[in-house]
Design a protein around this ligand. Structure first.
Ligand code: SF4
Length: 444
């Protein structure tokens, strides 16, 4: 085998896993192909959180099999963990199946395939390998860093604890060392990753996420620290203080609430109430008034009546999130909610989802409009997708900003941009004065 191509579905954790897979394949001597049809090995790094994941993977395997020179297929990620050896039976082209807990073994799996064997590696070891030197990072501005793997929450709709295993925190010194390494290579921003990142507990020292965030934010050369995903019930006052006191910590917080009705939250096993969530937001905004909040919402969870759905809309109105990721409930294998008898019909789910989207688009637009006329520091990620004469970057609160190139700035710079227009999903602005090379924050 000489070349590889990776297709990634799902969340940041999967995107970061693909970086680790790619790094190992390159270490093994394989080169990147520009397209699946040119590759000897195609990795499908799968997600099973959303609808019909197995169906999607099986149909993709079928399409790859029909290619003129069908590649060897490696299935990784959550569907690999969920389906295991079944995937080998789907097609002789599937050479290996690696669950999320085994992706550090990609090199081993490729070697086995070259010897004519087919590997299935799933499950979770008590300790996991975090060799960050093997990670192939494409971004020259920001790097993702795993902090917590797996989840212990067992929300009744979610498959993650089954496909990514139980919560496992990395040692604080390991995380900080990786962040130092990234900063030394010139990256300005890190994004700390975990399914329930604020449940972090260092296995060596007992330090919590507030401690970790403080340590990471003090790494010289780093300008910004982001983190996903926080769970409301693990958001403690110390963590709020760290956000308030540390300007390097992003003014963006993703805090899923899932439903505005206590009856549904209880059935989801979320272990907080609507009132507790609201109180948390008030406390946060008291100390970080400009925080940009985003959230996840599930529409049509079993037992959701029109009245319960209205509670969700009311909560959205009350809090006014900058961004809302909303999905219609879809049953996942192994999860209790899949067995609930009072499922909501598809037409009702879609109708509610449309109403919710109409509301959230309106709120996002209104919030973004308020930024018109403001100067905000923007970290340049690269060319705008729509116009190569424009840059695309992000503000401190993670909002996407596009602005015309001046020729004095480049990828990785943090520059001041005055916002001139705003839509529901992004902002448009123009560079203000400055030489375009100086980071806004005093990165030492
Ligand atoms: S907190 Fe709940 S929704 Fe989030 S990953 Fe864990 S089980 Fe899934």
């Amino acid at each position: 085998m000489r070349s590889y191509f990776i297709e990634t579905w799902g969340c940041q954790m999967n995107q970061h896993d693909s970086e680790l897979i790619e790094g190992q394949l390159r270490d093994y001597g394989l080169v990147a192909a520009s397209d699946a049809s040119d590759a000897d090995l195609v990795i499908l790094n799968t997600c099973s959180v959303r609808e019909r994941p197995v169906h999607k993977i099986v149909s993709r395997i079928g399409a790859l099999e029909k290619m003129l020179n069908p590649p060897i297929i490696g299935v990784c990620g959550c569907v690999a963990q969920q389906e295991g050896t079944e995937l080998l039976k789907r097609s002789p082209s599937v050479g290996f199946v690696l669950g999320p807990g085994k992706i550090a073994s990609v090199g081993e799996a490729v070697r086995a395939v070259e010897k004519g064997q087919r590997e299935v590696l799933i499950g979770f070891d008590a300790e996991r390998d975090h060799n960050y030197h093997s990670i192939f990072r494409k971004s020259s501005t920001r790097g993702m860093v795993t902090v917590v793997e797996g989840c212990n929450e067992f929300c009744t709709f979610c498959i993650v604890p089954y496909t990514r295993g139980r919560e496992l925190s990395r040692a604080l010194p390991d995380v900080v060392e990786e962040v130092r390494h990234l900063a030394s290579t010139g990256l300005k921003e890190v994004e700390l990753l975990g399914q329930t990142i604020n449940a972090y507990k260092c296995p060596e020292t007992g330090s919590d996420f507030a401690d970790l965030l403080t340590e990471v934010a003090s790494v010289p050369g780093l300008a910004r620290v982001r983190y996903v995903t926080s769970h409301p019930r693990h958001f403690n006052p110390r963590l709020i203080d760290v956000l308030a006191d540390n300007p390097k910590v992003s003014r963006y917080l993703h805090l899923p609430f899932q439903s505005g009705a206590n009856e549904i939250l209880d059935r989801m096993h979320r272990r907080y109430t609507r009132e507790e969530y609201l109180e948390l937001i008030v406390n946060l905004r008291n100390v970080v008034p400009d925080i940009n909040l985003s959230t996840d919402v599930i529409v049509g969870f079993p037992g959701e009546t029109e009245e319960y759905f209205q509670h969700t809309l009311d909560l959205l109105q009350e809090i006014r999130f900058g961004q809302v990721f909303a999905f219609a409930f879809s049953p996942r294998p192994h999860t209790p909610a899949a067995r609930y008898v009072d499922q909501v019909d598809e037409a009702t789910k879609m109708e509610r989802l449309h109403r919710l989207f109409a509301l959230t688009e309106q709120i996002s637009s209104e919030l973004n409009q308020k930024l018109v006329g403001r100067d905000i520091p923007v970290l340049i990620d690269g060319d705008s997708r729509r116009d190569p004469n424009h840059w695309q970057g992000r503000g401190e609160d993670n909002r996407v900003v596009n602005f015309a190139k001046c020729g004095r700035e480049g990828v990785g710079d943090i520059v001041d941009v005055r916002i001139t227009r705003a839509g529901a999903h992004s902002l448009v602005g123009e560079r203000t004065s400055g030489d375009g090379r100086l980071p806004v924050f005093g990165a030492a």
